[in-house]
Design a binder for this molecule. Structure first.
Ligand code: NIG
Ligand code: ZN
Length: 411
């Protein structure tokens, strides 16, 4: 099946093979072709160029994209899409003055979602999660990472990971799975958190690995959750099973999580709302991708990741949603890109790079995703008729998407 797009107002993020991420100054560049054509063969990008040099192509279907921009689908490298129920009551409690920490200390927060998930059947969790996944695909997401972490018992963590596996099997986009058993300390372990770490490291992790239920390991390295020592212990054990770290660090406090992640060759360190100079220094020249989650900052009213300090230091940066029931009940990458520009002072070029090629890197997918490159998967967005790509973040909250293609098929 050959699909041909013609008269594309601008084909964005066109890159040579072999570019797996962009950093610092490079992020200011967003290469593209104005008045372009794009050829798709089955599920792959087969060619592109200027309409001035359109070769004779025998296409099965031709789409006229006059006035529209075509860009790779968003790569959302940090989500908790698999959960049960919601936490609207905590939202109202926060409006009435309670903080996220106060709610968590009263047994709300992650523990609240864990209780609901433990009491919900695997089928029902799948149903609710699949609905969310379909919603974000329509919003332009073409690759996604999903974490466990609302189970917090062996049974419930494995149940969550099986739901992620079923989503992988039933949907066409790449889905990466992360084991986040160390997301919060359950009530019954409050006086003995080490015993919970023993359970995660010695009991649950070996089963996750044996059943091949996860590619990555995560931990919430934060005051009141898990320590830097817990982080080293878990990442070392998970590394022995081949699980690479993608970890929650520096959301509320800088306690050394970035350094711990880098020491274990983390694929990404995520959140980073609170960054000291050492955290930035330690990331220089490393393979670890810093990931910012601006929708979480918006929803909780916490600081935004200091993107300018990170980029001005020559580092790369990826953007993701953090879609979860507590801190970010939104999986909209378009909003993330807008917030990155409006609140983090990233340029539209930097934000689009961060949400495509760098997001793909943060899931180990940038060989086949994240840019318009010959041989890569044909996962792309066709916008509505818009004046320029800057309009995407500028018109925040507006749905500028006309259609989304995954593996060459319109969804
Ligand atoms: N910070 C840790 N985990 C999630 C929030 C989880 C929740 O509140 O349910 C996050 O990334 O924001
Ligand atoms: Zn998260």
């Amino acid at each position: 099946m050959t699909l041909l797009l013609i008269n594309i107002k601008e084909l964005l993020q066109v890159r040579e093979p072999g570019i797996l991420k962009v950093s610092g100054e490079e992020m200011k560049e967003l290469p593209g072709i104005k008045n372009a054509w794009l050829k798709i063969e089955d599920d792959k990008i087969a060619g592109y160029g200027s309409m001035d040099n359109l070769p004779a192509i025998a296409a099965d279907k031709t789409v006229d994209a006059s006035g529209k921009i075509v860009l790779p689908t968003w790569c959302d490298s940090h989500t908790h899409i698999v959960y049960a129920g919601n936490r609207e009551q905590e939202f109202a409690d926060r409006i009435n003055g309670l903080s996220y920490e106060e709610i968590a200390n009263r047994g709300g927060g992650i523990l609240n979602s864990a209780k609901t998930l433990q009491e919900t059947s695997e089928e029902e969790i799948y149903r609710q999660s699949a609905q969310r996944l379909e919603e974000v695909i329509k919003l332009g997401t073409g690759a996604v990472e999903i974490k466990s972490g609302y189970g917090l018992t062996e049974d419930a963590e494995l149940k969550m990971l099986r739901v992620i596996r079923k989503l992988k099997q039933n949907y066409d986009l790449p889905v990466k799975s992360t084991f986040l058993g160390a997301h919060a300390i359950p009530k019954e372990y409050k006086e003995n958190p080490t015993a919970y770490m023993d359970l995660v490291v010695e009991e649950i992790l070996p089963k996750v690995a044996a059943q091949k239920l996860a590619e990555y390991i995560d931990i919430f390295c934060e005051k009141g959750y898990f320590t830097v020592e817990d982080t080293h212990r878990l990442l070392k054990a998970a590394g022995e099973y081949g699980l690479r770290p993608k970890i929650h660090v520096n959301q509320f406090n800088a306690i050394g999580g970035v350094k711990a992640g880098v020491e274990h060759n983390a694929l990404s360190v995520d959140h980073l709302e609170v960054m000291n100079e050492d955290d930035i220094e330690i990331l220089k020249g490393k393979e670890t991708m810093p990931v910012a989650l601006p929708s979480c900052s918006l929803f909780l009213g916490i600081p935004y990741t200091p993107a300018r300090r990170i980029l001005n230091a020559g580092l790369p940066l990826a953007l993701a949603t953090d879609f979860n029931p507590g801190s970010t009940p939104s999986g909209n990458m378009n909003l993330v890109v807008s917030l990155a520009c409006i609140k983090m002072k990233m340029t539209p070029e930097e934000a689009i790079n961060a949400a495509t090629i760098n997001g793909a890197y943060a899931m180990d997918l940038s060989e086949a995703h994240g840019s318009i490159t010959k041989g890569k998967k044909a996962n792309f967005i066709i916008t509505k008729e818009i004046p320029s790509y800057t309009y995407l973040p500028y018109a925040f909250g507006t749905n500028s998407i006309d259609s989304v293609y995954i593996n060459g098929k319109s969804i």
